[in-house]
Design a protein around this ligand. Structure first.
Ligand code: PLP
Length: 534
């Protein structure tokens, strides 16, 4: 049978867009004189731009594409159909928690008074949005079991950076910043990068056979020079660190701190609180756990929560309640202040920013972080309530385990420890037939799914890292399972079909290394109306 005859999976079960396979660039579609706009007649006195601008006046107009409005709309609409999105189907990209972004979040974030709140609005006129920030802080403190928080960091890795700066500041205040940060081999890749960027030497901790921390190795490795252990929990294997309280004890006995990468809190919210099991400082990814848009739809948000003794070091400013009386006027840090600038005094009980924090690590973000994401995350938390959040966690874990159970006869499970929010298989059986995890991931595209995560975690060779999240119904999970089972069959019967996938996309196998190292992003005109891509 020809490859083309068998390339479309027989039992597709998924809706797909009609793909225009050869959408040209706007420049290539351009024809002189076309316009996508029509301006009204000038109703103000005209000016001589050349006289006004002098040398800066451009003699020849820039080369821009000329198209009609419908051509423009169709171009971008067609391009948008090449994207995969959580609103189209399951997005099981492990470690990314690609959950549905509920519409209620968007509804609330678009309320005029919130969407248009200006960052320079005086504090006394910004009380509404400051209350939102305050309530979100309280909710996240309650969820994590910590004592204090900053919402400034703009992403998970930025949160890690902020958290490790707090660790450093604390050790410095004790007279010695120390030199080492311990990081297990099951940690997220940003953890060692963070420690290094904060000036620490990274020391690797080997996982045991269950994917957890080897306590004997930890006892041996923690010294008076260890600043902290950075622990991704649950780890990138989707495994909860069951010895966490003991780990905290070992670290604390040597004066070292426990940093928890809490980006995987989707497995823990409403069930356990890091503050209760010995964590000193942690970050959250609002764009993972708390359903704010992820990736291209961002921006992200990576709040950092900490215990009381680290609070003095939190980034400035810190939100506080109470009348500070008449405070200093003016705005010496214009351009970097949080929502609401200092004004002549908020009323008793109102919220204001406290900049007077002599031990603070300083500001880590302009204004006060990505405020639009705070509104969305709070909407999500309040819409779910405590029981809903707990249910969310249970469903996320249930969905990962459902997939695990339904696929473990066909795909190798390198760690048998119970799975939390994600399940990590390996391609061991398929690789023996010459098909790798990347091939299977690309074949999934033909079945209408976004691929799972490949090449990660590093301790699983040929990883298939699958995180369904709680968003998926059993019907969607079953479609995914059918696809994965069908691909496992194809690997045995028609391996070339899988190795050359995807077959249903505009382009198939790209040179990914070349694309990353030498991206071609610019179109260079040669002469009017014609162009080349360079
Ligand atoms: C466990 C973990 N830690 C840290 C990060 C980094 O977060 P960000 O991509 O927002 O910087 C991620 C990202 O998904 C993650 O999964």
């Amino acid at each position: 049978m020809a490859l083309s005859e068998i390339s479309a999976p027989k039992k597709l079960g998924k809706v797909r867009p009609h793909q225009t396979q050869n959408e040209a660039l706007l420049f290539e579609k351009s024809s002189p004189g076309k316009k996508a706009y029509k301006l009204p007649p000038l109703d103000v006195p005209g000016v001589d731009a050349a006289a006004l601008l002098g040398d800066a006046h451009r003699k020849t107009p820039g080369l821009l594409p000329e198209l009609s409005e419908i051509e423009l709309i169709r171009h971008f609409t067609r391009l948008s159909t090449w994207n995969y999105a959580i609103d189209l189907g399951m997005y099981p990209l492990g470690s990314c928690t690609m959950k549905y972004n509920p519409r209620v979040n968007e509804f609330v974030a678009r309320i005029e008074g919130l969407a248009e709140a200006h960052p320079y609005r005086p504090e006394s006129l910004a009380q509404g949005i400051l209350e939102i920030i305050d309530l979100l802080q309280k909710c996240l403190i309650e969820i994590t079991g910590m004592d204090a928080i900053t919402l400034q960091p703009a992403a998970g890795a930025h949160g890690e950076f902020t958290g490790i700066l707090l660790v450093r500041a604390w050790h410095e205040s004790q007279g010695n910043p120390r030199h080492k940060v311990l990081i297990p081999d099951s940690a997220h890749g940003t953890n060692p990068a963070t420690a290094a960027i904060c000036g620490y030497q990274v020391e690797n901790l080997k996982s045991n056979a269950d994917g957890g921390i080897d306590l004997d190795a930890l006892e041996r490795q923690v010294t008076d020079d260890t600043a902290a252990l950075m622990l991704t929990n649950p780890s990138t294997l989707g495994v909860f660190e069951s010895q966490i309280a003991k780990i905290a004890e070992i670290l604390h006995a040597k004066g070292a701190l426990l940093y928890m990468d809490g980006a995987n809190m989707n497995a823990l919210v409403g069930k356990v609180r890091p503050g209760d099991f010995g964590v000193d400082v942690m970050h959250l990814n609002l764009h993972k756990t708390f359903s704010t848009p992820h990736g291209g739809g961002g921006p992200g948000s990576g709040p950092v929560a900490c215990k009381k003794f680290l609070e003095p070091f939190l980034p400035t400013p810190v939100l506080v309640r109470g009348n500070k009386g008449t405070r200093e006027q003016g705005n010496e840090n214009a351009g970097t202040k949080g929502l609401g600038t200092r004004d002549s005094g908020t009323e008793a009980g109102e919220l204001h920013w406290d900049y007077d924090r002599p031990r603070s690590v300083g500001r880590v973000r302009a204004f006060y972080g990505n405020t639009g994401m705070f509104i969305r995350a709070l909407a999500y938390i309040l819409a779910n309530g405590p029981d809903g959040l707990r249910q969310t966690t249970e469903d996320a874990v249930l969905n990962a385990n459902y997939i695990r159970k339904k696929l473990e006869d066909l795909y190798e499970l390198p760690y048998k420890t119970p799975s939390m929010h994600e399940v990590v298989f390996s391609d061991k059986r398929q690789a023996a037939l010459g098909v790798k995890t990347g091939d299977i991931a690309k074949r999934l595209i033909d079945y209408g799914f976004h691929p799972y995560t490949v090449s990660f975690p590093l301790i699983v060779h040929g990883a298939l890292m699958i995180e369904p999240t709680e968003s998926e119904s059993v019907e969607e999970l079953d479609l995914f399972i059918d696809a994965m089972r069908s691909i496992a069959r194809e690997v045995e019967e028609t391996p070339e079909l899988v190795k050359s996938a995807p077959h249903s996309t505009r382009v198939s196998r790209l040179d990914e290394v070349q694309a990353a190292r030498k991206p071609v992003l610019r179109w260079r005109p040669e002469k009017q109306g014609l162009g080349t891509r360079d």
